[in-house]
Design a protein around this ligand. Sequence first.
Ligand code: UDX
Length: 440
Amino acid sequence: MRISVIGCGYLGAVHAASMVELGHEVVGIDVDQRKVAALCAGRSPFYEPGFDELLQHSLGSGRLSFSTDVADAAGSRVHFLCVGTPQKHGEYAADMRFVEAAVESLLEVLQPGDLVAGKSTVPVGTAAQLAELVAGKVPGALVAWNPEFLREGFAVRDTLHPDRLVYGLPADPADAATAEALLDEVYAPIVARGTPKVTTDHATAEMVKTAANSFLATKISFINAMAELCEATGADVKQLADAIGYDERIGRRFLNAGLGFGGGCLPKDIRAFMARAGELGADQALTFLREVDNINMRRRIRMVELAREVLDGSLLGKRVAVLGAAFKPDSDDIRDSPALNVAAQLQLQGAVVCVTDPAAVDNSRREWPHLDFAATPEEAAERADAVLVLTEWRQYRELDPVAFGAVVRQKRVLDGRNALDREAWTAAGWTYRALGRRAS
Ligand code: UDX
């Protein structure tokens, strides 16, 4: 099938290349000339494990192209909307400009019988509105909502092996059947594998995405609230998470206490969800998400406090190494990164901060030019008074605390992600501190 993918960021670029892998002919459209040039040359514009290989393989098949001209999407049967919906400046609501512009431009190429399949995370009600717009301009063209649940760092695997497919279909039964058949054809190998499929209406499909992200954010903030209590009582949040996680109804995943969630999705999605609930007169239903957000932001403040505590009560002039800048490991994404947020606060309060990251230094330097950066943990930690591990890259989890101890001035480590081997670090003479755990 001929397919177009509008928006080639983390979501769209991976989706485009993956659809080629499923046997289709795909054109990816993006307004960013540099991004398109990189993708055409087989270079990923962002760090995502396994994506370069997938991209080159798909380009090699001759069935993948990229363009800045939406006219190249003409002739495609399904058009996937993969543009971003960031938080509006100064507001909680989602900024829908990119979605609106993408649909507006698609109207020029849409043909009756084409399907616009939305993947972007949007406020509930968007699909129905777009369907009306599309039907008014191109009678016979349809809109479905087909949310995407990929995680950065696992984007290729999550796209090719999703744990479920969700189709939000048009209200008219004949249109719904047409849209479902088209999506089934797109995802044929995934459907054939018996992947669970939920067919539903537009609004439910839109809500599945925001509800899933809200649940995940709540789970993280729950364990971080427990971490606050552990700090007050002397209990250990890691053991607590292990113990409650054995209950299958609870589960251990997403119960890692630490610096909390960041990134381009969870923070802005829960805020946009609250804003939308307010517009719908249902804000009470989501007031708990405000607390989820609060707990999450408090962890960053607590981390700075913990650093001050460890540094004998003052940050002034103290050398601090920050290991990790990306919002999570295996990504170069620094959107709302807790690690960079803490690094910047430490510097503002007088510490001499040096940040390192295996993939995100270039992005970080662009956004935070006033911070100092180093290429390796050893360089960042030279003569440091404290080392803060704020993104749990494998390289940092596997650091040898004995050898690393020779680099620093003071062997003090703050494990912002509860990811280090506490025993090994303390055995090597380090003062080890972590959120939600006793000092050792
Ligand atoms: C998330 C959703 O998981 C994904 O399904 C959706 O499509 C997009 O948003 P992503 O933003 O890539 O994916 O990251 P995720 O793995 O969910 O982590 C989000 C943040 O939570 C990270 O900052 C991570 O460090 C933090 N986190 C995660 C915790 O603090 N504790 C945990 O136990 C898990």
